[in-house]
Design a protein around this ligand. Structure first.
Ligand code: HEM
Ligand SMILES: *[C@@H]1O[C@H](CO)[C@@H](O)[C@H](O)[C@H]1NC(C)=O
Ligand SMILES: *[C@@H]1O[C@H](CO)[C@@H](O)[C@H](O)[C@H]1NC(C)=O
Length: 302
């Protein structure tokens, strides 16, 4: 994770850690209960939820826009290229929303549910958490073009991703997201020279050249479902799954090399920085005050 959100972060005095203390004091416990339940049948649910928050925040800010379905005058972000067939966890968000509405109707936004769910997901993955800032409201619009343009590509070069950060210590990726590296890296006809040879062999077995693009591989080979700093050790061993990940270390002279090495050496350093990054990401242009609305169904505007 690289906390370089300077471009995006604005100070938002409106968000606060105590926002629901009086209006919905038990919201965190309710969200946690639903996620724990879902995790019993889907080890990946935490990864799905934190990614939803990321894909929400990077498109017009953290406003729940990613959750809106197609409707009259509504072109869903779910069908944008980075999301389609890949982003998941929507039904669990609906379950969370239902559970929260049962205890505090009309109070907690879908945007805040994603922020709370991200923090809980990291803690369930055994990572250290942060104090979630709350008070976001939900958008009445979606921005599919924004989702196509603003979300970073897995084959993006470092200039593209350095201002963002990488969070791939748990979860899965589809073969289509990294197959190019295995067989025809940047149209060379050869694999990406930075991939460890044994790892390349393993990945080719998982993702044969003409095989199913939707087969999944672990983003973190060492500890697939834990939120930990092994992701950075993988990069040191040339075992990063996505090009955008491995480049953080393998790009000559990159500013990120020192960061990767530091986080590989210190899990607590990594956790501290990650928490700060998540707070910054969660602060991207939220709707507050009387802007937007509190959706009663995360899939549609009121
Ligand atoms: C440089 C920026 C980033 C790029 C290029 C990127 C790209 C990707 C790609 C291509 C996948 C696999 C999707 C698929 O094949 O279906 C993925 C998965 C994932 N991403 Fe990112 N990502 C970035 C940053 C982030 C950030 C900031 C977060 C969270 C804060 C995040 C969280 C995740 C998670 C948890 C998964 C696994 C999801 C699952 O198992 O369903 N990523 N990412
Ligand atoms: C808060 O929610 C949790 C999970 O649903 C529940 O077990 C607990 O009893 C609730 N506490 C209060 C004070 O309502
Ligand atoms: C997999 O995706 C690539 C790139 O999008 C495409 O060219 C190829 O036809 C797909 N393969 C299959 C088997 O669907």
């Amino acid at each position: 994770m690289f906390a370089v959100f300077l471009l995006f972060s604005r100070s938002n005095a409106q968000l606060s850690t105590t926002f629901y203390d009086r209006s919905c004091p038990n919201v965190s416990a309710v969200v946690r209960g639903v996620i724990e339940q879902a995790a019993q049948t889907d080890v990946r649910i935490g990864a799905k939820l934190i990614r939803l928050h990321f894909h929400d925040c990077f498109v017009d800010g953290c406003d729940g826009s990613v959750l809106l379905d197609n409707a009259d005058g509504m072109v869903s972000e779910k069908d944008a290229v980075p999301n389609s067939g890949s982003l998941d966890g929507f039904s669990v968000v609906d379950d969370i929303k239902t559970a929260v509405e049962n205890v505090c109707p009309g109070v907690v936004s879908c945007a805040d549910i994603l922020a709370i769910a991200s923090q809980i997901s990291v803690s369930l993955g055994r990572g250290q958490t942060w104090e979630v800032q709350l008070g976001r409201r939900d958008s009445r619009t979606a921005n599919q073009a924004g989702a196509n343009n603003n979300l970073p590509s897995p084959s993006g070069d470092l200039d593209n991703i350095i201002s963002k950060f990488s969070a791939h210590t748990f979860g899965r990726a589809r073969c289509v997201s990294f197959k190019g590296r295995l067989y025809n890296f940047q149209s060379t006809g050869n694999p990406d020279p930075t991939i460890d040879a044994t790892y390349l062999e393993t990945l080719r077995q998982t993702c044969p050249q003409g095989g199913d693009n939707n087969t999944l591989a672990n983003l973190d080979q060492a500890t697939a479902n834990d939120f930990d700093n092994n992701y950075f050790t993988n990069l040191q061993n040339n075992k990063g799954l996505l090009q955008s990940d491995q480049e953080l270390l393998s790009t000559t002279g990159a500013d990120t090399i020192d960061i990767v090495n530091r986080f590989a050496n210190s899990q607590s350093d990594f956790f501290d920085s990650f928490g700060q990054s998540m707070i910054k990401m969660g602060n991207i242009s939220p709707l507050t005050g009387s802007n937007g609305e509190i959706r009663s169904d995360c899939k549609r505007v009121n």
